[in-house]
Design a protein around this ligand. Structure first.
Ligand code: AMP
Ligand code: MG
Length: 488
């Protein structure tokens, strides 16, 4: 087996290593046989201040597959636990290795992590590897989320390893370079609370506050203020998912970022036909992580975070529980309000009122009854005539449309500014399931052209162009049979 090469390619820090030792294990990426760069996000590299000037593609493939290790880097695998489908388990980075932290030109700090880089202390029976289609899938969906304006981990590179990975069948292996504000999860707090002493929980909480929520550092009760701030960011995140029809698919507590970013793209997928109970994940038989259940689960996950933070909230446990419960009880109201504001924006209402809920609900009900496409319905509403005129033949729609027009007339800017608002919140392009699958199938055969073309369209989702109609439709019944899988 070949060994790692150390090279001063990329100076990285690793503040995570200042934390108690039990929070991580040193881990070296296992070099792969013949790394080839498949896609590289040079725009992201330059935004992050990752200097690649003068580097050959081979050097980059070696670096972003873990064969070359930046000199001075001290890669680790992070320890964490989590509730998976409601059950507590010990986990940890079983196939992801944190190369280190990059500090960008604006001073912000990012994790650079190699996913699929080989076994670690937390691999259990896993091979530490990842398949090419799964890593390309994460690349395209996470980048699409970013361009949709939704907080997310990013994808810097996918390198084909030249090695085979065995799942149900043989696949090409790949390593994804993932960029995130951090990979600290609700499950990381669960790990510390369950397995480490209280001083470590205190130290870790201070670290998280300094890194992600410095504004609560001087709060009277920093742990409580942290919980509240995490809750607020989660509300915003889930509202954004609901805006574009994103279904995460496996919102276990270990897949929920403390920084409020979308992370761990596994069985996620976008909903095309509007149906609140939509589930694509093959293992989610009960619909725990269905589209409409996402806010409920986010609140549940936050209650797990609150449980881990209890000893820091108050000295008396009873008091701590009461504080946490009071805070968590604010979740549904806050979510409903933020969701209503977002949905009102989707139909062009700026000055939303609580009564608008009926108008929004009626539209959603109509979409559900007609099995309408979620994304395209809002685009139709935006269009001045043409398609909307056709829809008006539908009496139910016409009735709703009349009420909507009446409501818009009460807005200051009328329908002109309504349309302008709608165009900023209603995407024209989302990663439709059949398009993603077609792109991955071609990539598996060595043809990256469909992947690159799709990525280009998804990089400007609010540009309402007329020359991409094929990217706006879903084949009938494709989604009804569509299934997604975890951790491939
Ligand atoms: P995920 O479903 O990707 O969130 O992963 C759940 C847990 O399984 C995490 O601790 C992963 O690190 C671990 N895991 C997933 N796939 C593998 C693999 N091929 N080898 C080792 N660990 C894995
Ligand atoms: Mg995970």
């Amino acid at each position: 087996m070949s060994s790692n090469i150390f090279h001063p390619l990329l100076p990285l820090e690793n503040t995570y290593r200042t934390l108690p030792e039990k929070m991580y294990s040193p881990a070296m990426p296992v070099p792969v046989s013949s790394p080839v760069m498949l896609c590289f996000n040079s725009r992201l590299a330059s935004d992050l201040g990752v200097d690649i000037a003068g580097r050959s593609e081979q050097e980059l493939a070696d670096l972003f597959s873990g064969r070359i290790i930046p000199e001075g880097a001290q890669p680790i695998a992070q320890a964490y636990a989590g509730h998976q489908f409601g059950h507590f388990t010990m986990l940890g980075d079983g196939r992801a290795i944190l190369l280190g932290e990059q500090v960008g030109p604006d001073g912000s700090r990012f994790d650079i992590q190699l996913k699929g880089a080989g076994q670690t202390a937390y691999s259990r029976r896993g091979d530490g590897r990842a398949t090419l289609p799964a890593m390309l899938r994460e690349y395209i969906i996470s980048e699409s989320m970013h361009h949709l304006g939704i907080p997310t981990s990013r994808s810097l590179a996918v390198v084909k390893t030249g090695e085979k990975v065995y799942r149900e069948r043989i696949h090409d292996g790949a390593v994804l370079t993932r960029i995130a504000a951090s990979h600290i999860r609700v499950g990381t707090f669960e790990y510390v609370r369950n397995y480490l002493p209280i001083e470590d929980l205190q130290a870790f909480t201070s670290y998280v506050i300094d890194r992600h929520y410095p504004e609560v550092r001087d709060a009277v009760n920093p742990a409580f203020a942290l919980l509240q701030a995490v809750m607020h960011r989660q509300v915003e995140l889930i509202v954004q998912w609901m805006r574009v029809g994103f279904i995460h698919g496996v919102m276990n507590t270990d897949n929920m970022s403390i920084a409020g970013e979308t992370i761990d793209y596994g069985p996620c997928a976008f909903m095309n036909t509007y149906k609140p109970g939509t589930v694509f994940s093959s293992i989610d038989e009960q619909g725990r992580y269905a589209f409409a259940n996402q806010p409920v689960i986010a609140q549940w996950n936050l209650s797990v975070l609150a449980g881990a933070l209890l000893p820091l909230l108050a000295t008396e446990e009873e008091e701590a529980i009461r504080m946490a419960e009071d805070l968590l009880n604010e979740f549904p109201g806050r979510y409903r309000d933020r969701w209503l504001q977002m949905m009102c924006a989707k139909i062009g209402i700026v000055q939303y009122r609580q009564e608008d809920r009926a108008l929004v609900d009626a539209l959603l009900q109509w979409m559900q009854d007609r099995k309408a496409d979620y994304t395209n319905t809002f685009l139709l509403l935006e269009s001045e005539d043409g398609p909307v005129t056709d829809l008006l033949q539908d009496a139910d729609f016409a009735g709703w449309h009349a009420k909507w027009m009446q409501r818009l007339a009460e807005e200051e800017g009328g329908s002109l500014s309504a349309r302008a608002l709608m165009q900023t919140v209603n995407p024209a392009y989302i990663p439709r399931n059949h398009l993603v699958e077609e792109a991955l199938a071609a990539a598996t055969l060595g043809d990256m052209a469909p992947f690159d073309a799709l990525l280009k369209v998804l990089s400007a989702p609010y540009e309402h162009r007329h020359d991409y109609p094929d990217y706006q439709r879903s084949p009938e019944r494709f989604d009804a049979m569509y299934q997604t899988f975890c951790g491939t």
